[in-house]
Design a protein around this ligand. Structure first.
Ligand code: F6P
Length: 547
């Protein structure tokens, strides 16, 4: 594949960018009353509005051309066909098979993966019903009241975000907690007040070698055995979710209590597999299946809709437009929905671990920015914290706003106020406030002369700050599934066009290796010569102060 910069569409986009740069969104709206109709679309229960982006029809046409030149459709079809597109690990990328509710055969090396997927789903359904129904008993005969999922990264962020988001659907189920950090604070604070007789641990790790997860799992196991007085209790209180049977058995978890998945499920795309067990335990298997169905609907949309009508494609290309041509270093995701408070954290791993890459498929260093830094927090809280920078700072921060028409908590005026703020923010970011408007306002307040002129620049809003708005009727399992899949495919689109491998994560390895070397030195109480002066100095300070 030719380098991205030599693609004709890329070169045309670079030229086109200088035509777009001086245009203001306010004028684009003023001259085109149909802008919203043309630049918004509903699919899978989600309305996406991209009319408040710094684009014209020509911008989109060039972006679609670029996607075609980069064979986006070919890459997409290869993913759905089970080809080993994660070539650095020689793996297929088939999280879409996990939620393939149509059950159409999906083959890897000629073998249909659907029967295995359905078998695990059936086991999850059975186990979930037994735990939620009180039939599954702890060692002393008590039903399960609390579930603690121990995992990290993709074995934590996805299920943690979904369980939080679907809290209104949690009645009748156990309380589900999550522990990820190797800092014992998280485990200790989670276990405080839990009754070991009624607590079930789910040890979630694709590899079952992850230091944080195994350390937490060992401590949880010691906590349980000490309190229940017998090793035999482990079988009733520990289940595992993994691809590594041997390691699960070596840890002491009965293989009958293990839920499997497959190497072709990437960690950050695994919430649809048995890694979603805590979701099913929290809200029931039917709702977990509704989540899968929502994602499947988005998969079908992504797989079949023309690029021009394809929401993940449009979202992905807009991201690329700002990252590469405006050189916007970050992208904010701002859910106006408290239930989605963990969505930005989940999205950080999904986008940044996938597309935070600096070499293309051929191993050449890329000369264009890849993934921006993704960040965000729920509205309206952010408005009283970092929105100042988005409105008036020096950096361009494109942002996605996500909201629902109906709240699960329809109290008084809350939801209307929430929505009014969400819509007002995107309007304000787009329009800004011109000098003439500020001048009029200040004059109306009785200011004039030097006092007015001094204040005026501080009260100006440049506007022209791009946003996407995503609306859905209500945050249901199905809609949430579609929303998550939308962003997963956005990541795919960008990776395909950038020509990078979105599905490996070698960048996390070096730190793990070095921690593996430092840790035993801290046990021995010495910092070896091999470290640089800074690291050695810090180690020595720690050794003097650790108490
Ligand atoms: O270190 C990064 C990573 O490999 C992630 O990609 C993954 O989601 C996480 O660690 C957890 O891995 P595992 O599920 O194997 O414990």
């Amino acid at each position: 594949m030719t380098p991205l910069e030599s693609s004709p569409a890329w070169k045309a986009l670079a030229r086109h960018h200088s035509e777009i740069e001086p245009l203001h969104l306010r004028d684009l709206f003023a001259t085109d009353p149909h802008r919203f109709d043309r630049f918004s679309r509903e699919a899978c229960g989600l309305l996406m509005d991209w009319s408040k982006h710094r684009i014209t029809d020509r911008t989109l046409a060039l972006l679609f051309e670029l996607a075609r030149e980069r064979d986006l459709e070919g890459w997409r079809d290869r993913m759905f066909a089970g080809e080993r597109i994660n070539w650095t690990e020689n793996r297929a990328v088939l999280h879409v098979a996990l939620r393939n509710r149509s059950n159409r055969p999906i083959l890897i090396d000629g073998q249909d993966v659907m029967p295995e997927i359905n078998a695990v789903l059936a086991r999850m359904a059975d186990f979930t019903a037994r735990v939620r129904g009180g039939e599954w008993k702890g060692y002393t005969g008590r039903p399960i009241r609390d579930v603690v999922n121990i995992g990290i990264g993709g074995s934590d962020l996805g299920p943690r975000m979904v369980v939080r988001a679907l809290r209104p659907y949690g009645e009748g189920g156990p309380r589900v907690h999550f522990v990820a950090n190797v800092d014992a604070t998280e485990l200790a604070e989670t276990l405080e007040g839990l009754d070991p007789e009624a607590t079930l641990f789910v040890i979630a790790s694709k590899t079952f070698t992850t230091l944080e997860t195994l350390t937490n799992a060992r401590s949880a196991r010691a906590w349980l055995v000490e309190r229940l007085g017998s090793e035999a209790a482990v079988a009733r209180h520990f289940v595992a979710v993994s691809t590594n049977r041997e390691a699960v058995a070596a840890f002491g978890i009965d293989i009958d209590n293990m839920f499997g998945f497959w190497e072709w499920v990437g960690g950050r795309f695994s919430l649809w597999s048995a890694i979603g067990l805590p979701i099913a335990l929290a809200v029931g298997m039917e709702r977990f299946e509704a989540l899968l169905a929502g994602a499947h609907a988005m998969d079908e949309h992504f797989r079949t809709a023309p690029l021009e009508e394809n929401l993940p494609v449009i979202l992905g290309l807009l991201g690329l437009w700002y990252a590469d041509f405006f050189r916007a270093p970050t992208w904010a995701v701002l859910p106006y929905d408290q239930s989605l408070e963990l969505f930005p954290a989940w999205l950080q791993q999904t986008e940044m671990e996938s597309n935070g890459k600096r070499v293309d498929r051929a191993g050449r260093i890329v000369s264009w920015p890849t993934s921006p830094v993704v960040w965000g927090a729920p509205g309206t809280n952010g408005q009283h914290a970092f929105f100042q920078l988005i409105h008036q700072g020096t950096q361009l921060v494109p942002a996605d706003f996500i909201a629902t028409a109906r709240s699960h908590h329809p109290w008084g005026d809350h939801h209307r106020l929430l929505l009014a703020n969400c819509l007002a923010q995107t309007e304000a970011l787009m329009r800004g406030k011109s000098e003439a408007e500020v001048r009029r306002e200040l004059e109306a307040e009785g200011l004039s002369g030097e006092a007015l002129e001094r204040l005026l620049p501080h009260k100006l809003f440049p506007g022209n700050r791009p946003t996407t708005t995503l609306l859905m009727e209500q945050l249901t399992p199905e809609r949430l599934g579609a929303l998550i899949a939308l962003y997963e495919h956005k990541v795919f689109v960008q990776g395909a066009v950038w020509g990078i491998n979105s599905f490996d994560q070698w960048g996390v390895e070096l730190g793990k290796q070095l921690a593996g070397a430092i840790s035993p030195e801290l046990v021995e109480g010495r910092a070896s010569e091999g470290h640089d002066a800074s690291t050695r100095g810090l180690m020595e300070w720690y050794l003097r102060h650790r108490g």
